[in-house]
Design a protein around this ligand. Sequence first.
Ligand SMILES: [Zn+2]
Length: 347
Amino acid sequence: MSVLTTIEEIRAKARDGLAEVRNDAELETWRVAVMGRKSPLMSALRSLGKLGPEERKEAGRAANLLKTQLDQALEEKRETLGRARIEETETAGRIDVTLPARPLPEGRLHPVTQTQRDIVDAFVAQGFSVIEGPEVELEYYNFEALRIPADHPARELMDTFYIDRSGDTDSKLLLRTHTSPNQIRFMENNDPPVRIICPGRTYRNEATDPSHEWMITQTEVLAVDEGLTLAHLKGTLFELAKRLFGRDRKVRFRCDFFRFVEPGVDMAIDCFLCGGKGCRTCKKEGWIEILGAGMVHPEILANMGYDPDIYTGFAAGLGVERIAMLRYGVDDIRHFYENDLRFLRQF
Ligand SMILES: [Zn+2]
């Protein structure tokens, strides 16, 4: 077999072998097999000396050309493998920014808290400060100081939970039935003018039904200053109604009776669902009562050391759950405190 034929065979084999190479180790094995000292190519080069001058010249050229080509192919393959390795590393560490994000569990405010905050904002915007006080209260602040003596029938309507303190009957402790005690505490320690709201939980000892809970959230409002009139009360509460139920609301005030105000009023808004025509929410009335209010009874001012001949004041009380029920169309107050996430996640 001629040397030239051998060289062609070596070339073909080397080419096929190189195509199979997948990594650096295989490339080295290929190099040793094709160009190493014991390779067919080296043997062919060593055997050139045995040939005649013409044949040697031609075969020598072909063998050297092949060696150059193989060196070049080796270099190219080495580079290709290197690039592939870099790409592989990059791909492995790459972040796919097109992947959709995993949703994080999202908390939200309780609907009563949301409404409470809106109420607070409406008054803070009108210059009121927020005052908080104890939920376990002295009987005096909850009743007597607010003109509800021990033998008064209003006590029955406000039956609450008493804290058992055996032997100590002078200062009974109870869970407050309204946040009005905060107003008394505030007036005891501050001179007029007063502009405060008292948000917080209050308690009644009663059976629950769709419109009654034993714990409800209240916000009580108190303003005392020289020259305050029912007009100030109406203006302040009208602004609240518009913020809670829409700017185009109308309000209606009617006489009502509460122990600690004189005169007392209830405030209603025109029904925001039917526009006053009458529907289920407004019980066909066209109006919805949302709070009670009035001018602070002069006796209470006097008890607090405010001269009722100089100062007048107005007060209002809101049931926050009731407002929230109206705003969100909730038909049972008990839903708020059953901790049913299917209910709470709607807000
Ligand atoms: Zn209506």
